[in-house]
Ligand binder design. Structure first.
Ligand code: DC
Length: 222
């Protein structure tokens, strides 16, 4: 544990762009980056693979605590299996939001997330980075965008990859996921009182990255 290592905690809803922004900010600062959602996605993929029901809390909690996940040069491994693409499927996305409501799963992933706090600093993104995992983070950001603009961004991404999708379907899916993420009793998605709000509706990724880097420069100025 490195309590003195600075952390930027970025929380927000699905498809808000926080993953891209966090990765780019970490790259500019040469800090570590934690994509906490990928851990919930890996738990879901492991459960689907092993045919564990997505509400079987005791089995899923043990699985989360001992997850044989490895992040290696942009690839994600589950044991020896490359699950980089599998964790981004719609099935994994919806499965992740289901296993994420289970407190045992969240507890099982806690130490693994905190271990990312290494010098010189960490940019951590998810739903409860500022509220639960790094409550003492000196800079907390709630990064969001309107649900319509998030659906449109996701639609364009999928279209670019040649994957089938409809805007109406994506909009409904995001609304359902938002409701699950914010409505759950354990670590619900919420803006912490001490988090800065960054609404990226109508902003480019570059503009969002620049804003966060500027806030970091102000907060971590020696
Ligand atoms: O950020 P993402 O879409 O990859 O997250 C996948 C799911 O995991 C999402 O439904 C919310 C959940 N999640 C969470 O509950 N807490 C986190 N810190 C990160 C993600």
């Amino acid at each position: 544990m490195h309590p003195d290592v600075p952390v930027i905690a970025i929380d927000g809803p699905s498809a808000s762009g926080k993953g891209t922004v966090a990765a780019r900010v970490a790259q500019q600062l040469a800090w570590h980056c934690l994509d906490s959602g990928s851990l919930y996605r890996i738990v879901a993929v492991a459960a689907l693979r092993d045919r564990v029901a997505l509400d079987d809390e005791s089995t899923l909690s043990a699985l989360a605590a001992e997850l044989p996940a490895v992040f290696d040069s942009g690839r994600v491994l589950l044991g020896t299996e490359d699950v980089t693409d599998a964790i981004r499927s719609e099935e994994a996305s919806s499965g992740a939001s289901r296993v994420a409501v289970l407190s045992g799963v969240r507890a099982g992933l806690l130490a693994r997330q905190r271990a990312y706090r290494q010098p010189p600093g960490l940019v951590a993104e998810g739903r409860d980075m500022g509220s639960v995992v790094f409550p003492d983070a000196p800079l907390k950001i709630f990064l969001t965008a309107s649900v319509e603009s998030r659906a449109e961004r996701r639609y364009n991404q999928l279209k670019e990859k040649g994957l089938p999708a409809t805007l109406a379907g994506l909009l409904q899916d995001l609304r359902d996921r938002d409701a699950r993420d914010s409505g759950r009793s354990v670590a619900p998605l919420q803006k912490c009182a001490d988090a800065l709000l960054l609404d990226t509706t109508g902003m480019t990724i570059d503009e969002s990255v620049e804003r966060v880097v500027q806030w970091a420069a102000e907060r971590f100025r020696r």
